[in-house]
Design a protein around this ligand. Structure first.
Ligand code: CAA
Length: 555
């Protein structure tokens, strides 16, 4: 079975279906698009023409090329027109009965050796295939949104899929210039399984009010270097789709990491579906719009202030030295106190005092460092009223606020390494931190040419809490035999556009560092959150000092 694929059918011409039609037609195949009504067929034609027009206006395609692609596409409302198709991909709504109906009808229309594929992102391919006449020709072909842009296509085989069908579809996908990853039929396949654990953790943070939507997105786009923040991405995918996929994954994993978010459910029920409805986490210029417009949650002008002009840095190590140079370079007046145990009167004029001792030096006898509790008690006395006190070390904001007696003005700062999208400096606050302190710190961080992310001071703040949980989850997935290191890395890099896959990232950061933060996150919950428990395989890699990726072991 599985002859060469030259003519393909696509059923359902919504965003994904129309995108898939475009991919096939651009790849030189003859495409038959089927919709249920003339109105939907017109909508599908509209999506296709707009996409082609955009390509022409951006100089990616000339007029003749545009016409050639459109000439390969027929849009119809007759399923019977699919008779000549060698492959049919369905992209109808995610309802099992609907898929069964479509595949049942196709059994009577297409040739015996035609391949039947589903673009489902959540339903089991096995369940879709079960009642069909020839389950051996049924396969999953899962594209990522936007289909014309994202390179990954997951090819999902069931226990019954004919190997020749899998090979033919994988070769077809490769021929289209996409990256196929061939995987078994497990909930969420590869990319969504990892993605939705991360999205759910992100949702919990906004739902708890620990971070704003803008700061959450900045944390992951800029701080972690991802192409989009989690909320922007959910608005793109559609909150109804996210809700459905999340439910299905939770149904299989039963892990609190995937537990359905009640906030997401409320948004879906209220019709806030993301870009397609014009409102999701953000507001758009209209249904289907790409550009965000201001709404009642958009931060006002008073969210940032120029309240910080003079800065004192306490500490004599490299971290303090680099900080002094950076803050001075940004035009602030800086006092550098290298002896934390000595006279602290130099901080009296500062609007912001930053503790930046080498973390070990404070504990060493005879070093210029000083116990951080003692230091913050002294800074509470020495700093002027209203000055902001901060540490760049991993201490607790609430403990330092209590010790310094400055509940409104004491925070933690976390300076992240720059990524391809810029640099984030996180601010960890307590519930007593004042709006003036937050505004002054936002202004100060922008002055350093970095982007501020303000959140409640919980273990890992935003970037590490989300990133490390995701990395640990990837190791757990590997340990559970979902897919190989290479396939998981390819799926994430090319399906979600991350700069690298999770295993390349773990090797880049250092598995020991990932384990250390994961252990902190786990113990931060008192050991109750089992889903945060470090994966035993991560522990193995650290103890045996083995990288996950081939590239890293060659170094
Ligand atoms: N449809 C079609 N093309 C689009 C598009 C859309 N919605 N959005 C952007 N593009 C195209 C642009 O036209 C542009 O094309 P050219 O380079 O040919 O001119 C290109 O993509 C880059 O776009 P922009 O410069 O406007 O924006 P960008 O650089 O920020 O990239 C992005 C946009 C490609 C979407 C990028 O932000 C990204 O990779 N985001 C991650 C998306 C992602 O994770 N997708 C997977 C979601 S999960 C899923 O789909 C699975 C599921 O089952 C739900």
């Amino acid at each position: 079975m599985a002859k060469q694929i030259r003519t393909v059918g696509v059923i359902g011409l919504g965003t994904m279906g129309a995108g898939i039609v475009e991919v096939f037609a651009r790849g030189g195949l003859t495409v038959i698009g089927v919709e249920s009504t003339e109105e939907f067929a017109d909508r599908g034609r509209g999506i296709l023409t707009r996409s082609m027009d955009r390509a022409v206006s951006r100089g990616k395609l000339d007029e003749a090329g545009r016409q050639e692609i459109l000439d390969r596409i027929t849009v119809t409302t007759e399923m019977g027109d699919l008779a000549p198709a060698d492959l049919v991909v369905e992209a109808v709504p995610e309802v099992l009965e609907l898929k069964h109906e479509v595949f049942g009808r196709l059994d009577g229309i297409v040739a015996e050796d035609a391949v039947l594929a589903s673009n489902t992102s959540s339903l089991s391919i096995t369940a879709i295939a079960a009642p069909t006449k020839h389950p051996e020709r049924v396969i999953g072909v899962h594209f990522f949104n936007p289909a014309p842009v994202m390179q990954l296509v997951e090819v999902i085989h069931t226990l019954r899929t004919d190997q020749a069908v899998t090979d033919a579809v994988r070769d077809l996908v490769t021929g289209l210039g996409k990256r196929p990853v061939v995987v078994g039929d497990r909930a969420g396949f590869v990319a969504n399984y990892l993605l939705f654990g991360y999205l759910n953790s992100a949702l919990t943070m906004v739902e708890h009010g620990h971070v704003s939507r803008e700061d959450l997105d900045t944390a992951m786009r800029v701080g972690a270097g991802l192409p989009m923040g989690p909320l922007t991405l959910m608005d793109l995918v559609g909150l109804d789709v996210c809700h459905h996929i999340g439910d299905v994954i939770y149904g299989h994993s039963r892990s609190p990491l995937h537990a359905p978010s009640s906030m997401l459910e409320r948004m879906v029920v209220s019709g806030r579906l993301g870009r397609k409805s014009g409102r999701g986490f953000y507001s758009y210029e209209g249904p289907g719009g790409r550009d965000v417009v201001a709404d009642e949650l958009t931060p006002g002008e008073d969210a940032e202030s120029a309240g910080i002009r003079t800065v004192a840095v306490v500490g004599d190590g490299t971290v303090a030295g680099e900080l002094v140079a950076r803050v001075e370079g940004a035009g602030y007046a800086v006092t550098h106190l290298t002896d934390a145990s000595g006279d602290l009167s130099g901080v009296a004029a500062a609007d912001l005092v930053i503790e930046a001792q080498e973390e070990d030096s404070a504990a060493e006898d005879g070093a210029a460092g000083r116990d951080v509790d003692e230091l913050f008690a002294a800074l509470g006395e020495a700093a002027r009223s209203g000055a902001v006190l901060a540490t760049v070390n991993t201490y607790s904001a609430v403990a330092l606020a209590a010790i310094s007696g400055r509940a409104e003005d004491t925070v933690v700062l976390r300076v992240h390494a720059p990524t391809g999208n810029g640099q984030v400096i996180e601010v960890g606050t307590t519930h007593t931190t004042s709006a003036a302190t937050v505004a002054a710190l936002r202004g100060f961080i922008r002055g350093l040419d970095a982007e501020p992310v303000v959140s409640r001071d919980r273990t890992g703040l935003v970037v590490d809490a989300l990133l490390m949980t995701y990395l640990n989850d990837a190791v757990r997935m590997l340990d559970e035999g979902y897919a190989t290191v290479e396939d998981i890395d390819t799926a994430i890099q090319f399906g979600l556009g991350y700069p690298m896959g999770p295993f390349a990232m773990i090797d880049h950061i250092g598995a020991d560092e990932v384990l250390a933060v994961t252990e902190e996150l786990f113990s931060g919950t008192g050991g109750f959150a089992q889903h945060l428990m470090p994966s035993p395989l991560l522990v193995e890699h650290v103890l045996l000092d083995r990288p996950f990726t081939q590239g890293a072991s060659d170094d």
